[in-house]
Design a protein around this ligand. Structure first.
Ligand code: SAH
Ligand code: SF4
Length: 350
């Protein structure tokens, strides 16, 4: 095979073993090296070609001359007293994203970013307020998990991954699905698909595609309002993907995957938490085996709320209103507020 058989400067971190085998073939290296290379990056979490000690030095040098290997730079790390930590990761182009590590007694969840910024501009979200630069590559997504894994105390492991950081995963579809398969790969961290959850603002074609992807990941849909008119005020992209189409896509996802869909509902007091809202939401999810995760609004610079409003109490009240109407609802313990790492607060500032 000619040495031009793969694109110049390809990022090997984003390739599956069979794709790595093609790169290695072009470099006249044996195919069995592909699995070693993959495991070196995705299980041993090597961050450079030089650190790939399972490969002969000559092959490491040949790879370094023709390819690149994404490794994020930890620019900043802040930890709250409960162990929740927010990381600012520098990317090769100088931009940055944030990720959050959420430890619990028996699990460690990583909340990762899928984009630098976000194009959908939900008014209450710091990421949306910051504008949009670009989607992340699969390698840039998985490496957020790897850097956090490498930073954990000995014996602790990342057990769950949620795509709930900066950006909209279903608007960066191919890279996100590739990153899921890399995280799930038996030669890598082998994270169970059922331990991975995507949160979407409601990109209907993305939900439909994901339903047919053959994955067993969880899906969370950011609802935030129970009627089309109210939702379109809080979530601008709802004008393009209306509520009835969104609910139809949610039902199809449940039918196709056998997994349940959860809904996220951020309570903005006075805007989406009336008794009529609770009635409409109960009617909307009736017959759908689901959980509504109610999130207290986290303050962001660009979204004003009634002064003195008790955001937590408003969310608590709305949970009770939903339960009284037979809806399974839970208050999401949004951790990391002390370090600016709670839902909706990630802005990727240096
Ligand atoms: N783009 C995706 C995933 C990232 S946001 C989405 O919108 O679903 C993860 C969750 O945090 C979403 O439900 C989002 O609506 C919510 N969120 C955004 N800003 C928030 C804020 N200021 N307070 C509480 N939740 C917020
Ligand atoms: Fe983007 Fe989600 Fe924030 Fe909306 S809530 S701006 S879709 S990251």
């Amino acid at each position: 095979m000619p040495t031009s058989a793969f694109p110049d400067n390809v990022d090997v971190k984003g390739l599956f073993p069979d794709e790595l085998a093609a790169v290695l073939a072009a470099l006249d290296a044996p195919a069995y090296r592909a699995k070693q290379l993959f495991a070196g990056m995705h299980r041993r979490l090597a961050t450079s070609f030089a650190a790939l000690s399972e490969l002969p030095a000559a092959l490491r040098e040949a790879l370094a001359a023709r390819c690149r290997l994404t490794a994020l730079e930890t620019r900043r790390r802040v930890e709250a007293p409960d162990g929740t930590a927010k990381y600012l990761f520098g990317l090769a182009d100088g931009r940055a994203v944030e990720s959050v590590r959420i430890p619990e007694a028996d699990r460690v969840t990583v909340c990762l970013s899928s984009m630098v910024g976000c194009p959908f501009g939900c008014g209450f979200c710091a990421t949306g307020q910051a504008g949009f630069a670009r989607g992340l590559s699969a390698a840039e997504m998985v490496d957020q998990v790897y850097r956090i894994q490498a930073d954990l105390p000995a014996g602790r492991h990342v057990t769950n991954v949620v795509y709930m950081g900066m950006g909209e995963p279903l608007a960066n579809y191919d890279a996100v699905v590739r990153s899921i398969r890399l995280l799930n790969h038996p030669l890598g961290l082998h994270l169970g698909q059922r331990r991975i959850t995507l949160s979407t603002v409601g990109i209907v074609p993305g939900i439909e595609r994901l339903a047919d992807e053959g994955l067993q990941v969880g899906l969370a849909i950011s609802l935030h309002a129970p009627t089309q008119a109210a939702r379109a005020r809080l979530v601008p992209i709802a004008k393009k993907y209306p509520l009835d189409a969104l609910m139809a896509a949610a039902r199809r996802f449940v039918r196709r995957t056998g997994r349940k869909v959860t809904f996220e509902y951020t309570v903005a007091p006075g805007r989406n938490d009336s008794d009529a809202d609770a009635d409409a939401l109960a009617a909307l999810v009736r017959g759908l085996r689901t959980l509504v995760n109610v999130i207290p609004l986290n303050p962001t610079p660009g979204f004003t709320t009634a002064p003195g409003a008790d955001l937590r109490a408003a969310a608590d009240r709305f949970v009770r209103a939903l339960r009284a109407r037979g809806v399974e609802a839970a208050l999401r313990q949004s951790r990391g507020a002390e370090v600016g790492g709670a839902c909706g607060q990630l802005a990727g500032e240096a």
